[in-house]
Design a protein around this ligand. Structure first.
Ligand code: TXA
Ligand code: MG
Length: 344
């Protein structure tokens, strides 16, 4: 496939005959976008070098940013990696589910899957359609999030079609993703865990399984020149809508007052909670109720994309707290904002 080749994209359902069609496409080296519980994935056979090249091209992704290999069964981990005892302990508790674990890789994987690294990221999704597809394909599926590189990940059929139609052989419509933020990515070394990307499985939950859970600095801040994140993907610009996102830090009252004062400004969008409504005159989207972090996670990427259609050049939102699932929201939103934070 050339860079600008427009593909005929089959739109498929989650029915058995469609899963079989998609699996056949994958076995032949084609590309299939499929739903997972976190975000949609852009899949190709992890054992097929050309298919993997095609994934990087379809996304416009830098080739040094490694892909996650998705498996349907924990038993398949050994086909691609050298799993450790801690891996199996974590797998028992969190897999299938939104956890990705980095392990030493086996040679069966072409080196473009892992961007030349000697480790591979493994994940077993809990989404039924994803697992049925991987099992039917009979091979591990390499899949990054199904978005054009640099854009917010896709969590709905509408937006995944917008980014991927014409770039892949098929898209399976799985509706809205249940979690809405990408999986937690960790590295396990002996008895210790390093968090490379926060997600639904939190540092607090992981702490029960390791002597130490270290959080990579790239989770919290922009790295300076010369600093290297442990996950190559964390150095790239990400999740960015067209508008500049500015995150507000301050007391509840100060933030509420700021929203009210700027709601009427031209070109301003506000990303808030249900409790902030109504806001007069503003282009407003809500992430849900203040205390419902699962809802915030589910809605964030769709909201960022919705603002692209709303004729706004600045979006104000709250800076999330860093505990629990809040850390994943903090990480995605600070990246979407390019770390623009305003104290109010
Ligand atoms: O929820 C998810 O994880 C979704 C769905 C589709 O499964 N996938 C996803 O893939 O978010 P992607 O490619 O957008 O993000 C994978 C992240 C990147 O930051 C990448 O650099 C990191 O994982 N990663 C992958 N393999 C790695 C490795 N061997 N060492 C360090 N980081 C790795
Ligand atoms: Mg991604």
């Amino acid at each position: 496939m050339e860079n600008n080749e427009v593909k005929q994209t089959l739109l498929l359902t989650e029915r058995e005959e469609d899963i079989q069609k998609a699996a056949a496409i994958l076995r032949k080296g084609g590309l299939v976008v499929f739903p997972t519980e976190t975000v949609y994935g852009l899949g190709g056979s992890a054992e097929n070098r050309e298919a993997v090249d095609g994934i990087f091209r379809a996304k416009g992704r830098p080739s040094d940013n490694p892909l996650i290999v998705h498996i349907a069964d924990i038993g398949d981990a050994e086909r691609y990696a050298y799993p450790s005892p801690l891996f199996y302990t974590l797998a028992e508790r969190f897999m299938p589910g939104p956890l990705t674990v980095i392990l030493p890789k086996k040679d069966i994987l072409p080196d473009n899957v892992t961007g030349g690294l000697d480790t591979v990221a493994l994940r077993m999704p809990s989404n039924e359609t994803a697992r049925r597809l991987i099992a039917a394909a009979g091979v591990g599926i390499a899949a990054p999030s199904a978005n054009i590189s640099g854009r917010p990940s896709t969590t709905s059929f509408r937006y995944v079609k917008e980014d991927m139609q014409g770039r892949v052989d098929a898209i399976i419509n799985g509706g809205d993703c249940a979690i809405g933020l990408e999986s937690t990515v960790i590295r396990v070394d002996g008895d210790s865990i390093t968090l490379l990307r926060p997600g639904k499985i939190t540092v607090e939950e992981l702490s029960a399984f390791a002597d130490r859970v270290e959080v990579d600095k790239a989770v919290y801040r922009l790295l300076s020149d010369g600093e290297k994140p442990l996950a190559p993907g964390m150095k790239y610009k990400h999740y960015a809508p067209k508008a500049q996102v500015i995150l507000l830090e301050g007391s509840e009252e100060a933030i509420a007052a700021f929203f009210a004062a700027h709601a009427g400004d031209a070109g301003v969008g506000i990303l808030c909670f249900d409790e902030d409504l109504p806001l007069e005159g503003a282009k407003v989207l809500t992430l849900g109720r203040c205390d419902d972090r699962d809802a915030h996670a589910r809605r964030l990427f769709t909201a960022l994309r919705d603002f692209d259609t709303m004729d706004v050049d600045t979006v104000y939102a709250r800076l999330p707290e860093k505990s629990g699932l809040g850390l994943a929201l903090y990480n995605r939103m600070t990246k979407a904002a390019g770390f623009a934070i305003l104290r109010v």
